[in-house]
Design a protein around this ligand. Structure first.
Ligand code: DGL
Length: 281
């Protein structure tokens, strides 16, 4: 894979996910930071990432990051837990110094882990996520570094992303799988009082998740935490803030069918969007 000429001029903020899930993050980011320009890439042709190996998720994510850099982004958010868990560290430590040490790639796991200390009283936290994120133990490790007294258990929900990607998230067929994984998680640790939705697709299942989650449990969607963490980051890094364009625009790219993306994404975002095709290689 080769990276083409990289311009040094200010650019949009890049937001990447394997599919539609990152739109839940973008939506929250744009509410808090509407003045910035954004480019979203959904790798819908190769979703889901959650069941793929470390090597493959890393390769696909790096391709997307390079594409967003070529499109002018100086800052990229991996709005995908699986990519954040499996690719972020390697990209930050191994690739960025060669590609362009002034550009930045940020993930969604750290901002979510940071908020949990204030939200749990029982100090027992559950994580619902893809098989890849659970297997990586990223939440256990990140929360453990910040709050060693918190006990974290995870449950992989391999069918939840396909339910969202195939527009089945509000259909009756989804109920069985939503209930099954919530029950499994609470069986592993009945003292859980807070559950992280550790996959950016899952907020789209929120109605059904609320239906099957006992009422005393906090359900933690990451979007607002990621958005306020980004706001804080840009405030603390004026040199990066200057490198981000501010006209309030948002462009969407998909590796799959443009029409399909437009239709599904408009349902999630509730506003009409312009979409173009992109090839990641
Ligand atoms: N939305 C992504 C996440 O947050 C990945 C879903 C997938 O492709 O499996 O993990």
């Amino acid at each position: 894979m080769s990276v083409h000429y990289l311009s040094d001029s200010p650019g949009p903020i890049g937001v990447f996910d394997s599919g539609y899930g990152g739109l839940t993050i973008l939506d929250c980011i744009r509410k808090v930071l509407p003045q910035y320009d954004y480019i979203y890439i959904g790798d819908n042709a190769r979703t889901p990432y959650g069941t793929r190996s470390f090597e493959v998720v890393y390769e696909f994510t790096l391709q997307a990051v390079n594409k967003l850099f070529e499109m002018g982004c100086q800052l990229v958010i991996l709005a995908c837990n699986t990519a954040s868990a499996k690719a972020l560290r390697s990209i930050q430590q191994k690739d960025l110094p060669y590609i362009d040490p002034r550009r930045r790639v940020l993930g969604v796991i750290r901002p979510t882990a940071e908020c949990i200390g204030q939200l749990t009283k029982s100090r027992h936290v559950g994580v619902l996520a893809t098989a890849g994120t659970i297997k990586s133990e990223s939440y256990v490790l990140e929360i453990g570094k910040l709050y060693p007294d918190i006990h974290v258990v995870g449950e992989a929900c391999p069918l939840w992303v396909p339910l969202v990607e195939n527009n089945e998230f509000d259909k009756p067929g989804a109920d069985y799988f939503v209930k099954q994984h919530i029950d499994n998680l609470l069986k592993k640790d009945p003292q859980i009082d807070s559950v992280i939705l550790g996959c950016t697709h899952y907020p789209l299942l929120i109605k059904k998740i609320r239906q099957y989650m006992p009422g005393h449990i906090n359900i933690i969607s990451q979007g607002d935490y990621v958005a306020s963490s980004l706001k804080d980051y840009l405030h603390r890094h004026p040199e990066m803030d200057e490198r981000c364009l501010k006209h309030g625009t948002c462009a969407f790219y998909t590796t799959e069918s443009v029409d399909k993306f437009k239709e599904s994404a408009s349902i999630f975002l509730r506003w009409p969007i312009e979409v173009s095709k992109v090839v990641l290689e």
